[in-house]
Design a binder for this molecule. Structure first.
Ligand SMILES: C[S@@+](CC[C@H](N)C(=O)[O-])C[C@H]1O[C@@H](n2cnc3c(N)ncnc32)[C@H](O)[C@@H]1O
Length: 207
């Protein structure tokens, strides 16, 4: 993996300009190409930290953490002040995340190879997802061809996810970018709705 940022002898400090192009330049080429479709834009992560820093965040889980872009850059923005957990069921992506974690020197981020539909992480103050179930519905820009594309599987997974989200503690928040897969989330109310980087950005509070 290239390391152009550190090879210049410079480390990232909060306040230094960060762009998607710079972040993505540390990814293997195939994952750079997928970035506009699969990994959260820098502007969305910065908006998220702007919200979290005023919202008593203690720990956050990314449900479907991909190459770790959201978790790692959020940790840098937070000055490593919160525990961040990334759950991802593709081993290759967890391996890339671990490598980037070392690269960016973030110690408060953990990645686990977990299917969050089977093992839902309870007790955190905040959760994030960038439409992780959508890939079972879509034909283009897939990460790989390992998962079946099936509308009925999508609906089954969505039902499980909705049931799992009810396990979140009262007043905890779910942040969604491009949605969670459905329109209505029983047991939650929307407290913020914006459009960022061409995607719908919502914050839901567990009632
Ligand atoms: C759109 S990507 C978002 C990645 C990352 N959260 C980000 O914003 O950069 C969705 C990710 O969810 C993962 N995913 C989908 N279903 C999953 C499941 N049931 N358990 C764990 N990971 C899952 C996919 O492999 C993919 O990496």
């Amino acid at each position: 993996m290239r390391n152009q940022f550190f090879s210049k002898g410079k480390k990232f400090s909060v306040g230094d300009p960060m762009t998607d192009a710079l972040w993505d330049s540390f990814l293997p080429q195939n994952f750079q190409t997928l970035s506009p479709f699969q990994w959260t834009p820098i502007s969305v992560i910065e908006r998220t930290w702007n919200f979290l820093s005023h919202d008593g965040v203690t720990s956050l889980v990314d449900l479907g953490s991909g190459v770790g872009k959201f978790c790692i850059y959020l940790s840098l923005l937070s000055h490593h002040s919160i525990d961040i957990l990334g759950l991802e069921d593709r081993e290759e992506l967890v391996n890339v995340s671990e490598s980037l974690k070392e690269h960016w020197e973030v110690t408060k981020v953990q990645f686990r190879k977990v299917n969050f539909l089977n093992q839902f992480p309870k007790g955190h103050s905040h959760y994030y997802c960038f439409n992780p179930l959508y890939e079972t519905m879509k034909g283009s820009h897939s990460i790989d061809s390992n998962k079946i594309k099936s509308a009925s599987q999508f609906l089954k997974d969505l039902q499980i996810l909705k049931q799992n989200l009810l396990l979140m503690k009262p007043k905890s928040k779910l942040i969604t970018f491009h949605g969670f897969g459905g329109n209505f989330l029983p047991g939650f109310r929307i407290i913020l709705k914006e459009e960022i980087s061409g995607g719908e950005y919502l914050i839901w509070e567990r009632e």
